[in-house]
Design a protein around this ligand. Structure first.
Ligand code: CP
Length: 311
C-alpha cells in the first residue's frame, strides 16, 4: 500500500486529496474486515490508545473504542467527570500523566477549539481530534466522505447541501474541507444568524431558500440545532425553525423528490429533520455510523505507521 505518513489527525483543512484517498481506501479494507465472522485484525497489537472525552458523546466514543479493539490495540478510557480534573488538575497535566503510562495515541474530544492542537505540540503521543468545540471533527468528515463514495462512486462534481446550524458545527467545517478537497461542490443553507462569518474564506455558496438549495443538490447533510452552544435569540423558536429550515417530506417533494439524506447525529427529530425523512428511503444515517468504525480503524492504522499490514 502506498502510504501517506501523518503523526496526528487534527483536522481536514489542509489534508491532501492523496492522504484522504489513502484513508478512505484503507477504510474500505477495514469495512471488509468488519464483515468477517471474527471482525478483528492484529495490526495494532502492542499499541496503547487513550480516549480522553471532555464532552458528551455516544457515536464517536463507542466507535473509537470499537475501532481500537478491532485492530487489537490496548485501550484506556478517560472521562473528565469523575477524574482528578474535578480536583483542579489541568488538561495538560492529565494528558502528560496519561502519556507517562506509555500511551502511543491520544484521542481527544474537547469543548475548546484547538485543544487537540495544544496537546499535539506538547506530548509525544499521536493525537486524533474527536471534535474540538465548533472547529473540526475530522473522523466524522472522513466517514461522511466514505459513505458518499459508497453511495455514488465518486465525489468529484457531487453537489452537497449542508443544512442547518452551520455556525456552531465542527462537522460542517470538516465536511466542507473534505468535500472541496475531493472535488465536490458545497452549498450552505440556514438562517443568516447560523451561517459563519468566515464563509467566504471557505469557498462555498450560501442560500437562504431551502427549496432552492434542495432543488440544486444530490445530497443533504442535515445538522443539529445546537441549542447548548447558542447565545440567546439566534432563532425565534423551534417551531419557526422547523417551518423555515426543517427537512420535511413535503419540502423534498417540492424540490423534485428523493436525495441522499445524511445527519451526523444526535438528531432533534421534529426540529431540523422529520422522522419520515430520517427513516425514509434516501437516508444513509445509520450507514454513516457503520462506516465510522472502519474509518477510525484506518486512521489508527495509518497514524501508527501501518507497517504490519491489515491481514
Ligand atoms: N456525530 C457525533 O459526533 O456524535 P456524538 O456526539 O454522539 O459522538
Amino acid at each position: 500500500m502506498n502510504q501517506v505518513r501523518f503523526n496526528h489527525l487534527l483536522g481536514l483543512e489542509g489534508l491532501s486529496q492523496e492522504a484522504i484517498t489513502e484513508i478512505l481506501d484503507s477504510a474500505e479494507v477495514f469495512l471488509e474486515v468488519l464483515k468477517r465472522p471474527i471482525p478483528s485484525v492484529p495490526s495494532l497489537r502492542g499499541v496503547t490508545v487513550a480516549n480522553l472525552f471532555f464532552e458528551p458523546s455516544t457515536r464517536t466514543k463507542i466507535s473509537f473504542e470499537l475501532a481500537e479493539k478491532r485492530v487489537s490495540a490496548d485501550v484506556a478510557n478517560f472521562a473528565a467527570s469523575g477524574s482528578s480534573m474535578t480536583k483542579g488538575e489541568t488538561m495538560l497535566d492529565t494528558a502528560r500523566n496519561i502519556e507517562a503510562m506509555k500511551v502511543d495515541v491520544v484521542v481527544i474530544r474537547h469543548f475548546a477549539q484547538g485543544a487537540p492542537h495544544f496537546l499535539a505540540e506538547r506530548i509525544n503521543a499521536s493525537v486524533i481530534n474527536a471534535g474540538d468545540g465548533s472547529h473540526e471533527h475530522p473522523t466524522q468528515g472522513l466517514l461522511d466522505l466514505l459513505t458518499l463514495r459508497h453511495q455514488v462512486g465518486q465525489l468529484d462534481g457531487l453537489k452537497v447541501l449542508i443544512l442547518g446550524d452551520i455556525a456552531h458545527s465542527r462537522v460542517a467545517r470538516s465536511d466542507i474541507w473534505g468535500l472541496k478537497t475531493m472535488g465536490a461542490e458545497v452549498k450552505l443553507c440556514g438562517p443568516a444568524t447560523l451561517i459563519p462569518r468566515d464563509v467566504d474564506l471557505m469557498g462555498v455558496d450560501v442560500t437562504f431558500d431551502i427549496v432552492e438549495g434542495l432543488s440544486w443538490c444530490d445530497v443533504v447533510i442535515v445538522l443539529r440545532l445546537q441549542m447548548e452552544r447558542q447565545r440567546e435569540g439566534l432563532i425565534p423558536s423551534m417551531r419557526e425553525y422547523l417551518r423555515t429550515f426543517g427537512l420535511t417530506r413535503l419540502r423534498l417533494e417540492q424540490a423534485g423528490g428523493e436525495k441522499i439524506i445524511m445527519h451526523p447525529g444526535p438528531m432533534n427529530r421534529g426540529v431540523e429533520i422529520d422522522s419520515d425523512v430520517a427513516d425514509g428511503p434516501g437516508s444513509v444515517i445509520l450507514r454513516q455510523v457503520t462506516h465510522g468504525v472502519a474509518v477510525r480503524m484506518a486512521v489508527l492504522y495509518l497514524i501508527s505507521g501501518g507497517e504490519r499490514g491489515i491481514e
